[in-house]
Design a protein around this ligand. Structure first.
Ligand code: ZN
Length: 197
């Protein structure tokens, strides 16, 4: 059986996923970043950690065969298939303060931190002060001098990544709201999630 979800542009969604189920994340129109975050379904104190994922993989880039880990160093997801191979583990969720810092557009700006927190709060009534998600399709280049350049995503319409859940999770994903830079190719668009039992 499979369930399909459309995440509208600049919005978020929560999806409970069981261990062993496959999660397809599909970029419907191309060049759209997906903020992908999750907590353990029963103990929300355990959650996806981009830092631990970098640590365990000894890499800032992950793709097919690599796993994503929790703050407690447990496997949470494994990447089964990856048509894009450019994703980011460095950037925290966009938030009003970030929009103000760079663009002075923070007031009432849709943002991934709120969209993910709202999705999680429906289940746990908790909010996280900062979230660094797995930024699917986000194209980050590290320059030789250590500077970071956020480039236009290389994902095309219909491109996907498939992950297997390695524990029961509450998935919270957001279609990123940045239209001010190259992050989403200058335009925010919807994404599709398919969960297969
Ligand atoms: Zn965002």
């Amino acid at each position: 059986m499979q369930k399909e979800y459309i995440v509208k542009a600049k919005s978020g969604i929560k999806i409970p996923v069981k261990k062993g189920e496959l999660i397809e994340v599909i970029d419907l129109k191309g060049q759209q970043v997906v903020d992908f975050f999750a907590t353990n379904q029963t103990t929300p104190e355990e959650f996806l950690s981009a830092g631990v994922t970098i640590d365990c993989n000894e890499s800032i880039k992950i793709s097919t065969g690599d796993s994503i880990y929790t703050n407690l160093y447990h496997q949470m997801f494994t990447i089964i298939e990856d048509e894009v191979k450019e994703h980011d583990l460095l950037h925290p969720c966009c938030r009003p303060e970030m929009y103000d810092f760079f663009y002075h557009t923070g007031k009432n700006h849709p943002n991934c931190l709120a969209n993910i927190n709202q999705s999680l709060s429906e289940a746990f009534d908790t909010k996280k002060a900062e979230i660094t998600p797995f930024n699917i399709f986000m194209h980050t280049k590290i320059l030789p001098n250590g500077k970071i350049s956020v480039e236009e995503p290389v994902s095309k319409a219909g491109d996907k990544i498939v992950l297997r859940a390695e524990m029961d999770v509450l998935l919270a994903v957001a279609a990123c709201s940045v239209s001010e830079s190259s992050c989403n190719g200058g335009e925010c668009t919807p994404i599709k999630i398919v969960v297969q039992e």
